[in-house]
Write a protein that binds this ligand. Structure first.
Ligand SMILES: [Fe+2]
Length: 247
């Protein structure tokens, strides 16, 4: 499985504080069946503003630390877990000028994907226009956890309109399993049955409270739409995203 939204890097945002917690999270992910994690620290003006250089150096170091562990090894003898660069970008007016800093693997394919976090309250026409402008430049926002956004929770048609405008929709694994609360679980399952979800990601922040586990959510999703479609949400679609392929 591929986890395209995970706060795995230490001391950059509200994710893990220390290297050891990052490594513990990586080991949990690996044992859950995850082979690739996109590191997506928050980028939110005035709150979290890590520079691309710093994000890349943390990723490099984490990959080196993973290689030095004695976890289960793959056929090549190296630990089969890779951390890739990304970011979770809070909606901001100059987002297009920052795409080079936030895109997931920006140079590997024709499409550049990035994780977009909406504020709880936003003006629908402005966001829709922004999405259309991004799409005209072959940039595809992946809308993170719409099931936990207050505006969308109140009016799910907005999510349908955003998908029509060209976003991908990513729900959080713990929303599906009911680990936030029953209401969020109900909304998430309704989105899944209504074809309003493309990707499941962990949005992990910690070892204990919000761990990088996808398998339980895939099992729950499979009960709703079948195992093939559920697995595509953690395998084929995230694979296309990290390769920059058109979906
Ligand atoms: Fe996140």
């Amino acid at each position: 499985m591929i986890d395209i939204h995970c706060h795995i890097l230490p001391d950059l945002d509200d994710g893990p504080r220390e290297w050891q917690e990052s490594l513990d999270m990586c080991e949990m992910a690996l044992r859950d069946g995850i082979h690739t994690i996109v590191a997506t620290p928050h980028i939110k003006p005035g709150v979290y503003e890590p520079e691309k250089k710093l994000i890349l150096s943390r990723i490099k170091e984490l990959n080196i630390r993973i290689e030095k562990t004695n976890w289960v090894t793959g056929p090549t003898g190296s630990v089969p877990l890779t951390i890739l660069p990304g970011a979770e970008v809070h909606l901001q007016p100059d987002i297009i000028s920052k795409i080079d800093d936030v895109a997931i693997n920006p140079s590997t394919g024709p499409i550049r994907y990035f994780c977009l976090e909406l504020p709880d309250y936003f003006l629908f026409p402005m966001v829709k226009e922004l999405i259309q402008e991004l799409r005209s430049k072959n940039i595809v926002p992946i809308l993170t956890h719409p099931e936990r956004n207050l505006t969308i929770m109140r009016n799910k048609k907005i999510l349908f309109e955003f998908i029509k405008a060209g976003v991908l929709s990513q729900v959080t694994a713990m929303s599906i399993t009911g680990e936030f609360n029953r209401e969020i679980q109900k909304i998430t399952k309704k989105m899944i049955t209504s074809d309003l979800v493309h990707i499941i990601a962990s949005d992990a922040h910690s070892r204990d409270g919000r761990p990088p586990i996808l398998s339980r959510a895939v099992e729950e999703t499979a009960k709703i739409i079948g195992i093939d479609r559920a697995e595509k949400m953690v395998r084929d679609i995230p694979q296309a995203v990290i390769e920059g392929k058109k979906l």
